[in-house]
Ligand binder design. Structure first.
Ligand SMILES: [Zn+2]
Length: 305
């Protein structure tokens, strides 16, 4: 399963492109981007090394008793499930009284150990509902090479990037090649996947948002340049019409999840910079068309996910 950015993350990216984020929100977006890169890098690495011994679900999102939780990587072995919380912190932290503080400013951070403990409790409840009683192990992985934890506890739950190769080797050594029942457990767990619909904290409406089409890299307005192409005059990036239209639709879906993707909505969202004719061509080809004549709207094709 492909790791997808959360809705709040996608909203912040679409808002940044349209110039709606203040410096604090931009900083939070950078933090989310770094975390996302970490998740991708860890999941690829883990699957490459461990696929003989376990089957994985990455970015597993579930809701239990009204609480939403997310697990970066969940690895199902023959006789246990291992949960991983991946952190891509860049810089130095201090561990003190069971808490994490930034080294420079002594700011208290949300503890990733508490986070994984709590997620693990919730996941145990989920397994119980599925009538499984499987031992769970959990680890926090600090992936970034530029990360250092002062006073690191001698706690098996924390694995830094330097320790990761030996940790994975050990995990391999202590487990046997995977048997088929693990895959059926995986399927049952996957059936409990819930999309998390938490939105970002920035206020915007369709009327107040900046419309047009924007450069993905610097948020500059794009202008037409030749046949079915657009250019950013700031950084010189070229965009194909198809990519731009699909990106605009994705941004619209993230920012306005309750609105329907119609020709008019997308036309207005780009401030009329892309003609109805061009929108029609791409939307009919790459999206599933629902309804007829004036009521027509579009949804993602099923195999896109
Ligand atoms: Zn640009």
């Amino acid at each position: 399963m492909k790791i997808k950015k959360s809705l709040a993350h996608r909203q912040l990216i679409a808002l940044k492109k349209r110039g709606h984020l203040n410096s604090h929100e931009n900083q939070y977006l950078r933090y989310l981007n770094l975390g996302y890169e970490g998740e991708i890098s860890f999941s690829n690495n883990f699957d490459r090394i461990m696929s003989e011994f376990c089957t994985t679900i990455h970015d597993f999102r579930f809701i239990i008793n009204g609480s939403e939780r997310q697990i970066d990587t969940l690895a199902i072995f023959n006789n246990k499930i291992v949960l991983f919380e991946v952190k891509n912190y860049n810089g130095n932290l201090v561990f003190r009284d069971n808490n994490f503080y930034t080294y420079k400013t002594n700011r208290l951070l949300k503890s990733p150990i508490q986070q994984i403990n709590d997620t693990s409790d919730k996941f145990t409840q989920l397994l119980k509902q599925l009538n499984y009683s499987i031992p769970i192990e959990k680890y926090v992985i600090f992936l970034n090479n530029n990360f250092h934890l002062f006073n690191a506890p001698i706690d098996e739950m924390i694995v830094t990037n330097a320790q990761l190769p030996a940790f994975l080797e050990n995990l391999k050594k202590n487990n046997f090649p995977l048997k088929s029942h693990a895959n059926s457990i995986r399927q049952r767990i996957l059936m409990c996947y819930n999309e998390i619909t938490r939105q970002c904290d920035v206020n915007y409406t369709f009327n107040t948002i900046n419309k047009r089409i924007f450069c993905r890299l610097d948020g500059e307005k794009l202008v037409e340049n030749g046949h079915e192409k657009y250019i950013c005059k700031q950084c010189g990036s070229f965009y194909h019409q198809k990519d731009i239209i699909i990106e605009v639709i994705q941004d619209f879906q993230s920012l306005f999840p309750d609105e329907k993707v119609t020709y008019k909505n997308i036309y207005d969202f780009t401030d009329g910079r892309i003609s109805y004719y061009k929108l029609r061509k791409i939307m009919n080809r790459y999206y599933e068309r629902i309804g007829t004549s004036r009521m027509v709207y579009f949804v993602d094709k099923e195999n896109d996910h």
